[in-house]
Design a protein. Structure first.
Lengths: 454, 63
């Protein structure tokens, strides 16, 4: 067989796949069914050509083949020039390495080992009293009014405050990070607002850099302290690399949990019977419901990879240097693994979804995400049990190529009573608790739960 | 029935522990799972089977 013919044979399953179009969001289920039925691994010519894996078995086998797949984003052209996990790659001027998600072992492993003692289930559960206070204050701000935007007034705030607390950044600074963390995801590159969003992003980078310098000079516990003292593959990482890691923690900690919470609250609002059942049977249902919302709404719908050596995986031959999109969201809808995959079943069993990724890059914040999500949703069920979302004011991200998110989810409910101080005052109280109890220490240093006096 | 978590495959998704909290324990530092005991008590067998089925990395071996 000639080389061209062999190439054609290798890429015989061809599709037009563009996940950055609104059509992909609107026709997600149809496109997913078609790919599963015809070509669970396909070649598409979009974005300089790349593979798309949508089948559950295919995504599973590929994601776990770390020896043939690279996450590396070689920004300075020092290695093989790989482009990291974003397809298409950002314009050259805007290229920065996306922390350890755009690294391979051993550096990637060293970073995770540095951060794990802050993010393990045991480490995260220590924060629950603080999370509950932030949730309480957010709901208090709106409880008398009978009107809330679940995105702006709750799901944006709680993940942001907790992420900053864990990093060792002042809680009141959440507003500096909040808008750029979300807007950089939902603003299309050609939007007239892009210049402003870029500027906000620059301010956020500057604030992060200032925090790094401050913590170097006057150490305080948290993820930043761990990173500035880390030895990665025998070296102290350069500042630019650290900033990439911090931006990854912000990006991972903010927008994704917001997206999951907003979609779950929207769905529960549309299915009030299921909402009441989840509330009254939460002891047995909350875990499985959370996993089901993760499977169904997959906030981070996929990741890019580069093939790092010629190989054959899941029956497909790949060549070194080719790009690959692993679709967690589509793998989660594979009928060979999930019965009635397009239905939300709060009791679903054997729900081995891939919404936190698979293999060595499993979302390092997964325990944070689950905890914060559960505390927010159950507090809403307790305090605003009859909420009704307003479909006219609901704004989903226009595209789901990067994050399947929401910008607004307004709702009304029967007003209730405040239970404690305002959000600003609460953040001051919580800041004191963070400082005095050194809450952001790793679980290896501090095992006790946060004590929050009110 | 016996159960084992392959430490090379486990990535700390924690689904097994949520499904069968008596049968699996999570490391405090990295959250990776191990079996509390290789021998599964009869009253935990169903949960352990479900946990194995739920593992995204298919790291749980029942034998």
């Amino acid at each position: 067989m000639s080389e061209a013919a062999s190439e054609d044979d290798r890429k015989k399953n061809r599709v037009h796949f563009d996940r950055h179009t609104p059509e992909y969001r609107h026709q997600f289920e149809e496109i997913t069914h078609e790919l599963h039925a015809k070509c669970p691994i396909a070649w598409t010519d979009t974005y300089d050509g790349h593979w798309v894996a949508s089948g559950n078995r295919e995504v599973f086998e590929l994601a776990r083949s770390a020896e043939f797949l690279s996450n590396d984003h070689d920004v300075n052209g020092e290695r093989r020039g790989y482009k990291g996990i974003t397809i298409p790659s950002p314009p050259r001027a805007a290229e920065v390495q996306g922390g350890f998600l755009e690294m391979d072992p051993p550096e990637q492993r060293h970073y995770r080992q540095t951060l794990n003692p802050y993010l393990s289930p045991a480490a995260v559960s220590r924060w629950i009293p603080l999370v509950d206070e932030v949730v309480r204050a957010c709901l208090d701000e709106k409880i008398e009014e009978g009107r809330i935007d679940f995105v702006d007034d709750l799901a944006n705030i709680v993940p942001a405050v907790l992420t900053l607390a864990m990093m060792g950044i002042p809680l009141k600074d959440w507003t500096v990070y909040n808008e750029p963390a979300h807007a950089s995801v939902y603003t299309p590159p050609n939007s007239p607002d892009m210049a402003r969003v870029t500027e906000l992003g620059r301010n956020m980078g500057l604030a992060l850099y200032t925090a790094v310098q401050e913590i170097r000079e006057k150490p305080r516990p948290g993820l930043i302290d761990a990173l500035v003292n880390a030895e990665i593959n025998g070296k102290t990482p350069p500042d630019l690399e650290l900033l990439g890691v911090l931006a990854l923690l912000i990006g991972g900690g903010f927008d994704t949990t917001t997206a999951l919470t907003a979609h779950a609250l929207e769905w529960l609002g549309q299915n009030p019977g299921e909402r009441d059942r989840l509330s009254s049977e939460r002891e047995s249902l909350l875990d499985s419901a959370t996993e089901e919302f993760l499977r169904f709404f997959a906030p981070a719908p996929g990741d890019g990879r580069t093939i790092s050596a010629d190989c054959e995986i899941a029956g497909q031959r790949f060549e070194e240097g080719e790009r690959l999109w692993l679709s967690w969201a589509m793998a989660n809808r594979d009928p060979s693994v999930f019965a009635e995959p397009d239905r939300v079943d709060l009791e679903r069993r054997g729900n081995r979804h891939s919404s936190f990724g698979l293999g060595i890059h499993r979302c390092i914040g997964s325990n944070v995400a689950r905890t914060v999500f559960k505390r927010m949703v159950t507090a809403v069920l307790d305090r605003m049990p009859d909420y009704r979302c307003d479909p006219d004011g609901t704004v989903h991200y226009e595209t789901i190529g990067v994050i399947q998110g929401m910008r607004h989810l307004p709702a009304t409910f029967t007003p209730g009573k405040r239970l404690g101080p305002s959000l600003d005052e609460t953040l001051e109280i919580l800041q004191k608790a963070c400082d005095e109890q050194r809450l952001a220490e790793p679980v290896t240093v501090r095992t006790a739960r946060a004590q929050i006096a009110r | 029935m016996k159960v084992r978590v392959d430490p090379e495959r486990c990535q700390g998704h924690t689904l097994c522990w949520m499904t069968a909290p008596k049968a699996f324990q999570l490391d405090d530092i990295d959250g990776h799972s191990s079996a509390v005991s290789e021998d599964v008590p009869a009253d935990q067998e169903e949960d352990v089977r479900e946990a194995a089925h739920s593992c995204p990395e298919r790291a749980i071996e029942i034998f």
